[in-house]
Design a binder for this molecule. Structure first.
Ligand code: ATP
Ligand code: MG
Length: 555
């Protein structure tokens, strides 16, 4: 199956096709280069599916490369989670690589730049460097250290590596053009000092390459043909090309930018997601409300739903925000045929059938999927006492309310007609039990046509039902465009993003259910068995998505 979009062409596809036809490349190699400083989110899924999908469609390869050149924020926990998430999405990497394995080569390339007079050690403080840098409208000023001799630069750079200087005391800068209209070309820093332990190289290094220097080298070392990244790197492309050229790399990768994925009511930067975790707004990176791949997996998303969604939104050259309902649409579409049907009551109200013999019970055969006979049936116990949803009863019915109220008759799904005869209340006047009579003639499947009812409600048998917890979710962020600067996203947290309910499930369908199994609970939506809060005594379910929305993607 194609991961990306086989039929629809896009501008990246066009470039690749031309490069293959012209003979520029025989085989294409792409990469997905996450920095292991957090868990992956659905935006990364977009990038993964694009990179792996393009390579697959053109018979090429994709590397998973950890872009681990910043020791301070990176961690092996993140490396492991990223591998798991990439695999879960269903793609296979060619090589698993770490940018930090190239530190020696990067160092040598920096030495080459110094020897060519294209890089120098600079002692300006960060404040001074900022002042020298100029602005968008004013050119920068040349650093007083710009014309150090090659020998002096070589010696200082080596001493930087040996650890003779403190963090921030010196940097290595590319010597390009302080008056360039592109700020990125104004002698950018390419190495900095950081006395920090690195997750992969330990204490071997105390100088680390900057992203704009490291990334093009990583791509070139691996022979990446098309280096696909998000739009904010467009203005960095001249520097990317400069590094590849001046460092005399054999391979000449081409950077191509596309628009990052944004979704309404969703923050999508690892930095912000980490804040939600650190400040305990959520219960971890895999909280079902998080847009992380691990959170979505725990919520009950399938890789197929994410893939179909990413394929539908395609690749664009300008930023936009996708409606989160579109993701829900693909989720429902994927779950509908897969998730077996069962009944659960989330807000229970006891219903007693007063004319059903005490101590008696029967087994009803109910379809697993009303739209698909091949899914078979299940045997559901039925007896005198049941639970129904509180919302399915009103003592004083509202206008056009057709469900249960005193004197009214409804169908119990897959069972019988029941008619409400009486209610029992507690001392506060709350209804605690609904009393009904049932009509044995009306059994489902008996072909009864004597009279009709206007509503069918679901239920579970009180004696055999299992207690269960249900977690219902709303967006974590209230603002529909939370990535807009100006408003702080932590002030936009939805206080009602999770509702926890204690109810019941029919026992049969869930006998062998295990963590992450998905069900369609009649009238309540799609649910997934939570791997963290489910215990041997009690299931905990996350609502993946409600059953209905009016949203349909444009054709
Ligand atoms: P974040 O700001 O969330 O940390 P990042 O871009 O810094 O994101 P990286 O780990 O550096 O995260 O990203 C790995 C790859 O995923 C990069 O190529 C990046 O462009 C891509 N990517 C990150 N976020 C998105 C997004 N929202 N949509 C599409 N691609 C993305
Ligand atoms: Mg980053």
């Amino acid at each position: 199956m194609s991961l990306e979009n086989n039929n629809a062409s896009n501008f990246i596809r066009t470039i690749i096709t031309e490069d293959l036809q012209s003979g520029k490349h025989k085989e294409i190699i792409t990469r997905f280069p996450p920095e292991p400083n957090g868990y992956l989110h659905v935006g990364h899924a977009k990038s993964i599916l694009l990179n792996f999908g393009l390579a697959e469609d053109f018979g090429g390869k994709t590397n998973l490369r950890f872009d681990d050149t910043n020791p301070v924020k990176e961690d092996t926990e993140y490396v492991e989670s990223i591998k798991e998430d990439v695999e879960w999405l269903g793609v296979k990497w060619d090589k698993l690589l770490f940018a930090s394995d190239y530190f020696e080569e990067m160092y040598n390339r920096a030495v080459l730049l110094i020897k060519k007079g294209k890089a120098y050690v600079c002692d300006l403080t960060p404040e001074e460097a900022k002042e020298y840098r100029g602005t968008l409208t004013e050119p920068g000023k040349e650093s007083p250290f710009r014309n150090r001799s090659v020998e002096e630069n070589l010696e200082l750079f080596e001493r930087m590596r040996k650890g003779e200087f403190k963090d921030g005391e010196k940097v290595l800068r590319a010597k390009i053009d302080m008056s360039s209209p592109n700020m990125n070309m104004r002698d950018p820093i390419i190495y900095r000092i950081a006395h920090a332990t690195h997750h992969n190289t330990g204490d071997k290094w105390c100088i680390y390459p900057m992203y704009d220097f490291a990334h093009p080298l990583e791509d070139a070392i691996e022979g990446i043909t098309h280096s696909i990244c998000t739009l904010e790197f467009e203005a960095h492309r001249p520097l990317y090309d400069w590094v590849v050229e001046e460092c005399e790399m054999d391979a000449k990768p081409r950077q191509i930018e596309f628009a990052r994925l944004n979704i309404t009511n969703t923050v999508m930067s690892k930095r912000k997601l980490k804040q939600l975790v650190d400040e305990r707004v959520v219960d971890g990176w895999d909280d079902p409300r998080m847009p992380t791949i691990s959170g979505m997996r725990r919520r009950g998303f399938t890789p197929e739903a994410i893939r179909n969604f990413c394929r539908e939104i395609g690749v664009a050259k300008s930023d936009s925000v996708v409606d989160s309902q579109m993701l829900d649409f693909f989720l429902r579409e994927d779950l509908q045929p897969k998730a077996p049907l069962a009944m659960a009551v989330l807000k229970p109200l006891k219903l007693v059938i007063t004319n059903y013999p005490e101590g008696q019970s029967e087994i009803l055969e109910i379809e697993n999927n009303a739209k698909d006979e091949t899914k078979g049936t299940r045997m559901v116990p039925f007896s005198r006492e049941l639970y129904i949803e509180q919302d399915d009863f009103m003592e004083v019915p509202a206008h056009k309310y057709f469900r249960l109220f005193p004197g009214n008759e409804v169908r119990l799904k897959g069972a019988y007609f029941v008619k409400c005869t009486d209610v029992i209340k507690d001392e506060n006047g709350n209804v605690t039990e609904v009393h009904c009579t049932y009509d044995p003639e009306t059994k489902s499947g008996s072909g009864f046509t004597g009279r009709k009812v206007k509503a069918t409600i679901h239920w579970v048998d009180a004696k055999t039902a299992l207690p269960a917890q249900f977690r219902l979710f709303e967006p974590l962020i209230l603002d529909d465009a939370p990535e807009n600067e100006g408003k702080h996203f932590l002030e936009q947290i939805n206080p009602h993003s999770m509702e926890i309910l204690e109810g019941f499930i029919e026992d049969v369908a869930f006998k062998d259910a295990k963590a992450l199994d998905k069900f369609q609970l009649v009238r309540n939506g799609f649910f997934c068995v939570d791997p963290k809060y489910t215990t041997p005594e009690k299931f905990c379910f996350n609502r993946i998505v409600a059953l209905k929305s009016s949203f349909k993607p444009a054709k």
